[in-house]
Design a protein around this ligand. Structure first.
Ligand code: ADP
Ligand code: MG
Length: 446
């Protein structure tokens, strides 16, 4: 029986591996070894050899199954449907151990079904990384080899790597090896221990495409580096595609041998940057859509402003908003979202700039920013200008001099004086306190 696609196999194998880690050997042998798992449009189909198996699993192991599947999927599993497939019964079981033992020797990392090009939002920060990944997926081994993608955590490296893997699978490539560098290392060590290095080598060196995630993990592991060096050369010489991701560029991986550094730089090295505000907003909206959660634009903007450097955290925030609506039944507006985000991210204000302060003060005091930046000295302009300076000091990291420059080239002593004046006036002036409170509310999006 040949599996229709590798992803499917990888998914089922991944689930079995996950279960194996959670039950005893005996339990696994009796109840799971002959089960298989398949992703469907709206969930997962569990195929078992008998009705007895089905009933027992449903009764005793449902939470465990759901949990194991969710772990592999990276999200809560939808529908779980059991089918009884007699062909996997006692006779077929004789054929299965082969497959299972192969799995045990070489764990495959299943691909996440939504780490695709379609789900990847592009912007100036990741345009190049995305375009290069696309051309590598379309012309493996031809366009850029190796393709070395680096950037800090949570910016989409693994997502892009898997997007390429999905494409290559669709194109019918057979031996796509997608592993984390940690797995490569562990597998190599296990192969050494079991005297099984030949089959390890054979597997990797005959790859049609070699995709290794987090290659910086090789740092200071000399023996594995040596092995990987030969793996790399073998695959590269066959003109098969190699893609590596890392948290830093090749030269900056401390403890990586010089010859690997130079190999890694043979093709294309691209950095993925933290996304800009517009891209973050687009990502928030898309992640909302995927959960069928209608996120108003102002709420999306608020989220994007509070979370700036890590897309995984951005997703976490969307998840929280989702549960706000679904479990607490609250409407998704600025107030509720602001509160939820504060719970999630702490009270630290978002990075606020002088422009935002001016906009909020403009609204509160009814003067324009052009007036505030001008040389006018009438009280109606001077006072809001002083409030701006006070808030700029409180919420931005700008120096007195920089703030002065912003407001029509005033010098730093003027700024200092303004900040002082407002600070002293606040305790005895409730109208001013209220005004500032409203401006702050506006600034902090609460
Ligand atoms: P890294 O491997 O760089 O640490 P991941 O690829 O694991 O980051 O990305 C973290 C999360 O953010 C994933 O869930 C991924 O789907 C999501 N993500 C990252 N970049 C994007 C993007 N440009 N568009 C949509 N989702 C993204
Ligand atoms: Mg990653």
């Amino acid at each position: 029986m040949t599996a229709p696609s590798m992803t499917m196999d990888a998914f089922g194998d991944g689930v079995l591996e996950e279960i194996k880690g959670r039950v005893s050997k005996e339990q696994f042998g009796s109840w799971f070894e002959r089960a298989s798992f398949r992703q469907t449009a709206d969930g997962v189909e569990v195929s078992v050899p008998s009705r007895f198996h089905r009933n027992y699993l449903k009764e005793r192991y449902l939470p465990l199954l759901e949990d194991a599947i969710s772990t592999v999927l990276g999200e809560v599993v939808g529908k779980l449907v059991f089918v009884v497939d007699e062909s996997t019964g006692p006779l077929a079981a004789q054929l299965r151990p082969q497959v299972v033992s192969k799995v045990a020797r070489s764990p495959v990392i299943p691909l996440k079904h939504d780490y695709t090009f379609d789900e990847f939002i592009t912007g100036p920060s990741n345009d190049l990384a995305h375009a290069a990944a696309l051309s590598v997926a379309e012309q493996p081994g031809v366009a850029y080899n190796p393709y070395f993608l680096h950037g800090s955590v949570g910016l989409g490296k693994t997502h892009l790597l898997q997007a390429v893997a999905h494409r290559l699978l669709e194109a019918g490539l057979k031996r796509i090896l997608y592993v984390s560098c940690a797995s490569f290392t562990n597998e190599f060590i296990a192969a050494l221990a079991h005297g099984d290095v030949d089959s390890f080598r054979d597997r990797y060196r005959r790859a049609d495409a070699l995709l290794i995630d987090d290659i910086h993990f090789l740092a200071s592991k000399e023996r594995t580096q040596e092995e990987f060096f030969h793996t790399f050369n073998a695959v590269y010489n066959e003109q098969k595609q190699i893609i590596l991701t890392s948290d830093s560029q090749p030269n900056d991986i401390v403890g990586l041998g010089e010859r690997l550094v130079s190999r890694f730089r043979l093709g294309l090295v691209v950095q993925i940057q933290p996304p800009c505000l517009e891209t973050r907003i687009a990502i928030v909206l898309r992640k909302g859509q995927r959960r069928e959660l209608e996120i108003p634009l102002d709420v999306a903007e608020l989220v994007a402003k509070r979370v700036h450097s890590n897309i995984r955290e951005l997703e976490g925030a969307v998840l929280r908003l989702d549960s706000l609506v679904r479990h607490e039944g609250l409407p998704l507006n600025i107030e509720n979202a602001g509160r939820t985000l504060t719970d999630l991210l702490g009270d630290e204000p978002a990075r606020i700039d002088i422009d935002q302060i001016e906009a909020a003060v403009e609204l509160e005091f009814g003067v324009t920013r052009v007036e505030m930046r001008s040389s006018r000295r009438s009280r109606s302009v001077v006072f809001p200008r002083q409030v701006c300076m006070f808030l700029a000091r409180k919420y931005t990291r700008h120096s007195l001099g920089e703030i002065g420059l912003h407001f029509g080239g005033r010098d730093h002593t003027t700024v200092l004086h303004s900040v002082d004046k407002i600070r002293k006036q606040l305790p005895g002036d409730s109208r001013l306190r209220n005004s500032i409170e409203r401006v702050e509310k506006q600034l902090l999006g609460r």
